[in-house]
Structures are given as C-alpha cells and as structure tokens.
Design a binder for this molecule. Structure first.
Ligand code: NDP
Length: 282
C-alpha cells in the first residue's frame, strides 16, 4: 500500500512559513499585497477568489478585491491592470480565469507586469522557467514539486513522466522536473504506447482531466504518483485522473483527490506574493 501524500498538511506548512516571513517583513514596515480581479459571477470562480482572500488573511497578506460585472469591457479591465501595475502598494496581480468570452485572456495576462505576475503565466516568466531562472513559478506545477520534495523524494536521476502538456500544468511541471535533474518524458493525446511510457516512470505526474484514466497496469511498482486532475463524478464527488483505489496498491507514494495537489495551488500563490513583495522592496 502506498503512503498518502497529504496536500492539506504540506500546504498548511507552506502557509505557516509564509506567515512567519510576512511577520518578519512587517517589522521593516513592509506588507505584501495581492490584488485579485474577478469579472462576472461564475460560482466556481467566486469560491476560488474567496479561498484566496482567506489564505491572504491567514498569512498576513493584504488583499485588494475587485469584483467587476460581467459586462466589463476589455479596455476597462486592461486599464485596471495598468493602474495596479503602477501602484506602489500592490505587489501581485491575479486575474481569475476564465474571463467572459468578449475579453481576450491572453491580452490581459500579457498586460500584467511580469514582476507582479504571481500566477506565473506571463510568457516572460514562462521563459525564465524554461531556463531554470524563474522566481515566480506557476502555482500548481510548483506545488507538485513541493509535494514530491517534502515527501523526501529526490528527483535527481529519476525517470519522470508527465501526462498532459497544457501551458498551465503539464509543460511547466515538465520544466520544473528537468530543473530538479529528473529525466522527463511528456505524454499527450497523440502519444504512442502511453502505458509503456507511464510504466517506466519513477515519478508519474498526471494532468489530463479524465476521470480515473491511469490504471494500475500503467504504473511501475513503487512509483511516486502525483494526480493533478479534478473531475466531478456522476455521484457529485470529486476524483482525480488516477484510479486511486487500484494505483494505491502499487505506488510507493500517491496524492489523493481531493486533498493532494488541490490545496497546494493557493499555498504556492501566497509564497509567490511574498517573493514578489520582497523583490519589489529589497
Ligand atoms: P487541459 O485540458 O488544458 O489539458 C489536458 C492535457 O491532457 C492536454 O495536453 C491533452 O493532450 C492531454 N490529454 C487529454 N486526454 C489525454 C489522453 N487520453 N491521453 C494522454 N493525454 C491526454 O487541462 P489542464 O492541464 O488545465 O488540467 C488538467 C487537469 O488538472 C484537470 O482535471 C484540471 O481540473 C486539473 N487542474 C487542477 C488544478 C489544481 O489542483 N489546483 C489546477 C489546474 C488544473 P493534447 O494537448 O494532445 O490535447
């Protein structure tokens, strides 16, 4: 039976570390500040934004919340981002995705100053990540790496297989594993012999968005399995991209869904706010 990687516990540790560093900064009269922009009234986005606000409060990070109506124009949103880019108080800007269809997401993300891009999605930061020099790393991928390392696993020399190649998860996870000296293979929907490739993995990271897709016969005995997927099953419960019940019997370590990668994203966002604030003030 695999050991369970407890994302709730590890994310709490990270938030506590951030909180402590924020307290130290406050002695110098500095308080990190995150601006969160939500456009429209998507219920899932509202929950994410509320959770981010709560995490900020916990860590001692000031949050500025902008809840804009659905009809907000692209021009208005870009103007707000610009104002926050130039604000001395605000260290990080997060635009909650998805945006309403009449707004070009890419244009908005490009408008955010790279040093305030706490989501790590700006091409400048993605470029830095690809040369192993990023300060602001995409939160979910950075969270995967923390889960692996804080579970006592050394990535160096490991065969790492990433299933999924999205810009927000799969690709940055691959780049981070490479920076940690893993030997990385990325699989996607056009990959041949995927089962065999997955079976070669010492560390398997899965981010495809397909309910219980990875079965035990695709996993090597003793592998470390990180499941990024969040899928809602017919019964309303959440499950990952990995068939947890089967794979747990074969893996050495595995993340559950929920309670694995999920909680790490906000913890890493808090860490990015701290990093951005320090860089802007010191
Ligand atoms: P995308 O839909 O953007 O990308 C999915 C990727 O999976 C694509 O690269 C696609 O390949 C690949 N893929 C799809 N089907 C298969 C298949 N049968 N075999 C191999 N590869 C396949 O998803 P995201 O990366 O945004 O998200 C993935 C999952 O992670 C989702 O469940 C999402 O909810 C979750 N997620 C969780 C987060 C968190 O925990 N905080 C944050 C972000 C995402 P191709 O490129 O060829 O189409």
């Amino acid at each position: 039976m695999a050991g369970i990687i407890d994302g709730k516990k590890i994310s709490q540790e990270i938030k506590d570390e951030v909180k402590e560093k924020v307290e130290q900064l406050s002695k110098k009269g500095i308080q990190p500040c995150l601006a969160v922009i939500l456009v429209g009234d998507d219920p899932a986005s509202q929950v994410y934004v509320r959770n981010k606000k709560r995490a900020c409060e916990y860590c001692g990070i000031k949050s500025l919340n902008y809840e804009l109506p659905e009809e907000t124009t692209e021009k208005e949103l870009l103007a707000l981002v610009d104002e926050l880019n130039n604000s001395k108080e605000c260290n990080g800007i997060l635009v909650q995705l998805p945006l309403p269809k009449h707004i070009d997401e890419n244009k908005v993300l490009l408008k955010i100053k790279p040093e305030k891009d706490v989501d790590g999605f700006h091409p400048y930061n993605v470029g830095l990540l690809s040369i192993g020099k990023a300060d602001l790393k995409a939160c979910t991928p950075a969270g995967c790496i923390e889960l692996i390392k804080r579970s006592g696993v050394d990535i160096t020399r490991k065969n790492c297989v990433v299933v999924g190649r999205s810009n927000i998860v799969g690709k940055p996870v691959g780049m981070l594993l490479l920076s940690e000296n893993g030997t990385v293979t990325t699989c996607h929907s056009k990959t041949k012999n995927m089962s065999e490739i997955c079976k070669s993995a010492d560390i398997l990271v899965v981010a495809i968005g397909k309910e219980k897709f990875i079965k035990a016969d695709m996993v090597k005995e003793g592998a470390v399995v990180i499941d990024v997927g969040i899928n809602r099953m017919e019964n309303g419960k959440l499950c990952g991209d990995v068939d947890f019940a089967e794979v747990e019997k074969k893996a050495s370590l595995i993340t559950p869904v929920p309670g694995g990668v999920g909680p790490m994203t906000i913890a890493m966002l808090m860490n990015n706010c701290l990093i951005a604030c320090k860089k802007q003030n010191m």
